[in-house]
Ligand binder design. Sequence first.
Ligand code: SF4
Ligand code: SF4
Length: 62
Amino acid sequence: MFIVSIDADTCSGCNACADGCPAHLLKFNGEKTEVVGDETECMGCESCVTVCPTGAVSITEM
Ligand code: SF4
Ligand code: SF4
């Protein structure tokens, strides 16, 4: 199981991570992008980690 989290202080709100998420877990809230729904539905593909320019996304394997 993988859990995704976004550090709101580090996120620039570029929203680059959201489009590539196959689980549709990442959504722009008007200022930042945040995890919506069940963060444990993350597939661990690391697409969001790879594309994030600020290192704001963390994936934890449980
Ligand atoms: S790619 Fe990184 S900086 Fe851009 S919205 Fe996603 S978490 Fe924030
Ligand atoms: S690792 Fe993949 S499935 Fe998980 S939040 Fe990032 S893009 Fe979505």
